[in-house]
Design a protein around this ligand. Structure first.
Ligand code: ZN
Length: 558
């Protein structure tokens, strides 16, 4: 193993430590997407990372449920969901009897009135499931790299996380930093009183300028002429979703700002990332991040790639243009950081919370099997009826399917007459035969731990947390997934242990790092302990990753 022989060079410690750690997360940026369009990338964006940084071309998440909070928290903590506890965007809480959204916290409230989730127009079903509008990182069970940075020096290091998504900002800012995210309801950047009692003046000023409204009367237009695009002649595909009239073809008009979907459309386009970029720039200047010799931390999580992937699929004209526009957004960010802090004083790491599949319609058009499944129909199947009869279950067996887990009804789990292990086994046996299901694994089997030693099973074990996981873990067949987002039919959904969902970029750049490309297989849990080792501070409390030798040594390891 590589871990034994790493020597940290003296230049990484002491006075030469970077002034700023810039951690960029691109939501749903599958590992191949930046290089797929390499020939049309501009200068200073992805090419800055790809051409002058340390590029891991075979990096994966090691857990099975490749969802947003799961991946972000893994990047932040350097450990698996079994340990950091964020096993899914949603889980069923046995204590409260309700399905819980990962960063909801009824002990807190948002600082902005009217910024709560608008369930009429919210297209993110996990947000809609939240019962409280308060938000905090309380459910994250271990420390983050950003927590360790602050606890190392009594809080002198400043830590800021920003994203369109609450969970994209909160996870990375950790317990000790400050998170800001975009409220579609208020069209402004918000936080909760977990972090602050009132907004700093610069945030209030930023919001007074109405960051969303500036896009009223504009549209999402292609960056280049349409015939230059790989998907230039296939803009209108039947599997693409039309969200509230945003349409399936360019230009995608934002309208005059009066539509209830106006801010949703911004997040479904490169405009969402531009708003996050401008907020990040303001934070950098106003919080004086990287301005002195104490290392600060800025996390920027860009969400547009994810929303566009869900609605249009990654292999769409929208998906293609988005990557080229994201490239410009990154170039803008890097140029600004260079001006303010200097890229030589900044250690940049870019990765993704998960990859993403192509739309089944796209794959089918090429002869590749793919399709959709609907777990909501499972309870009514005859096979499940027979299981219920066998175990004398009169009411419902399944409380909810909160991806990727089936949670049994509390009446069932509390019933002492039922042999829970036998019931789980019986359900697993039947579900395993259902179309679209590759694997069903019971929690009792995961607890016992006597499982086949395969990559797939290990990834499910890494996702298992006894306090939050459900009774049965479901793995769908490759390229089969749920497309019903509580009524909104989407093109594709991530959340599997298959390669297209686990494969992400890991790029390190800046801080004088050399240019290097490696196909050595590495994991996303390696990032946080790498940052810790680079600074000579301790790794996050649950970290299991191995510091990346290439980054610490600044040269290849043979
Ligand atoms: Zn995501």
């Amino acid at each position: 193993m590589l871990s034994a022989a790493i020597t940290v060079p003296g230049t990484a410690l002491g006075q030469d430590k970077p002034k700023l750690i810039l951690q960029i997360t691109v939501d749903q940026l599958r590992g191949d997407l930046p290089t797929r369009y390499y020939d049309r990338l501009g200068e200073g964006g992805f090419r800055y990372l790809l051409d002058s940084g340390i590029v891991y071309r075979n990096a994966h998440h090691a857990h099975a449920n490749t969802e947003t909070i799961v991946g972000h928290t893994t990047l932040a903590t350097g450990t698996h969901p079994s340990i950091h506890g964020m096993i899914g965007n949603l889980w069923f809480d046995r204590e409260t009897g309700f399905t819980t959204y990962n960063v909801e916290d009824s002990n807190y409230r948002l600082l902005t009135a009217g910024a709560d989730v608008d369930s009429d127009t919210e297209i993110d079903p996990t947000q809609r499931a939240a019962r409280s509008d308060g938000r905090s990182p309380a459910a994250i069970m271990t420390t983050t790299f950003s927590d360790e940075l602050r606890s190392n020096n009594g809080g002198e290091s400043k830590v800021v996380g920003v994203s369109v998504k609450d969970r994209g900002a909160i996870s990375m800012a950790g317990h000790a930093g400050t998170a800001y995210w975009f409220s579609k309801a208020s069209g402004s950047f918000v936080t909760s009183n977990y972090y602050l009692d009132q907004y700093p003046g610069w945030v209030a000023a930023f919001n007074s300028a109405e960051p969303a409204q500036q896009f009223a009367g504009t549209s999402w237009r292609l960056l280049h002429t349409q015939d230059e695009y790989l998907f230039g002649d296939t803009d209108d595909r039947e599997w693409e979703a039309d969200v509230g009239g945003f349409g399936r073809v360019f230009p995608h008009e934002f309208g005059d700002g009066s539509s209830p979907y106006f801010t949703t459309w911004l997040t479904l386009s490169p405009a969402g990332d531009r708003m996050v970029l401008e907020f990040a720039k303001a934070a950098l200047v106003e919080e004086a991040l990287g301005a002195d010799d104490v290392t600060d931390y800025l996390s920027v999580s860009f969400s547009s790639t994810d929303y566009i992937g869900h609605v249009f699929g990654p292999s769409s004209l929208e998906g293609e243009d988005n990557i080229l526009q994201l490239d410009r957004t990154l170039a803008d960010l890097f140029a600004f950081v260079d001006e303010q802090v200097g890229l030589d004083n900044t250690l940049i790491v870019l990765s993704a919370d998960h990859g993403g599949p192509d739309a089944p319609g796209y794959l089918n058009s090429l002869g590749i099997p793919a399709g959709y499944v609907d777990p909501e129909t499972w309870e009514s199947q005859a096979a499940i009826d027979r299981v219920k009869e066998r175990f004398n279950i009169a009411g419902s067996l399944i409380e909810t399917y909160a991806h990727p887990y089936i949670y049994f009804s509390t009446d069932v789990t509390k019933n002492q007459q039922i042999n829970q292990q036998a019931l789980e086994s019986a359900v697993v046996e039947e579900l395993s035969k259902f179309p679209g299901v590759a694997l069903a694994i019971s929690s009792s089997a995961l607890r016992r731990g006597n499982l086949p030693d395969s990559h797939l099973y290990r990834s499910v074990v890494r996702n298992f947390n006894p306090k939050r996981s459900g009774e049965v873990y479901i793995v769908f067949e490759p390229n089969w997934f749920i497309n019903d987002f509580d009524g909104l039919t989407v093109a594709s959904t991530h959340g599997s242990p298959w390669q297209y969902d686990t494969y992400v970029p890991i790029y390190f750049a800046g801080a004088g790092l050399p240019s290097l490309v490696t196909t050595r297989k590495v994991q996303t849990v390696d990032i946080a302990p790498t940052l810790s080792a680079y600074l000579g501070i301790k790794a996050p409390s649950g970290s299991v990753g191995i510091p990346l030798a290439e980054v610490l040594k600044g040269r290849p390891v043979n």
